[in-house]
Design a protein around this ligand. Structure first.
Ligand code: NI
Length: 226
């Protein structure tokens, strides 16, 4: 599953967050990487308990809560609060796999990372490089999005971030456990939900709409776990 979700934040909001992050107290990103990832990770991150990280992270969570496309695509059960990273001066993150289990800080709760997400904050024209490369069986997807846009992708994929050779790339990133664990099932529900919305728009009075809606909800009942 790889879905681009536009305008999670308005470009002006993303710019405001970049400004707030600009003078922040960035730490070596290796502090939060596993032993294998540490060897290929070169970036900076905001500490998860930094007040700015908590405040801006909550702002992003609120935006996601109101984003119909995100909710429909991710079917989120538990979301790990967003973290923030910064790549500049040729920093990069080599090929790695995200850990399967993440802690929610301060709660003792654990989340199975089904989906990874990156919310791009810097305008793409302000830096060179910094593409998120997500490997698939036959090649790779290269992702570099507008400020405020988000990419949601399967956490089971090997991926990397190419060196940032000019400017700085600021982003928020997080993981989530989905109500529907399997990518294929979640992708079908997303397609069905999209089709239902289109039908509901074009033929709101068609009686079959309710029956198809019933199929959507009953599949969700079958496949979801809480
Ligand atoms: Ni990663």
């Amino acid at each position: 599953m790889l879905i681009r979700i536009p305008n999670v934040l308005a470009p002006s909001e993303a710019a405001e967050i970049c400004q707030l992050l600009d003078g922040a107290d960035w730490k070596d990103g290796r502090q939060t990487a596993g032993y294998l990832s540490q060897q290929v990770k070169q970036n900076h991150q905001l500490r998860e308990d930094h007040p700015l990280c908590i405040r801006l992270g909550q702002r992003i969570l609120d935006a996601l809560d109101a984003d119909q496309m995100f909710l429909s695509a991710a079917l989120p059960l538990k979301v790990v609060p967003p973290l923030f990273n910064r790549y500049a001066n040729d920093e990069q993150y080599g090929r790695h796999i995200d850990g399967a289990i993440r802690h929610i800080p301060g709660t003792g709760h654990r989340v199975r990372a089904d989906l990874s997400a990156t919310l791009f904050l810097s305008p793409p024209e302000s830096y060179d490089g910094g593409e998120l490369i997500i490997e698939k069986l036959d090649g790779a997807d290269s992702i570099k999005l507008a400020a405020g846009d988000l990419v949601l992708y399967s956490a089971s994929t090997v991926h990397h971030v190419v060196p940032v050779t000019r400017g700085a790339r600021l982003a928020a990133f997080f993981w989530l456990q989905s109500l529907v664990r399997l990518d294929a099932q979640r992708a079908m529900l997303f397609k069905l939900d999209n089709a239902l919305q289109r039908m509901g728009h074009d033929h709101p009075d068609h009686p079959a709409l309710v029956d198809m809606m019933a199929v959507y909800h009953n599949l969700l009942r079958l496949w979801s776990e809480t």
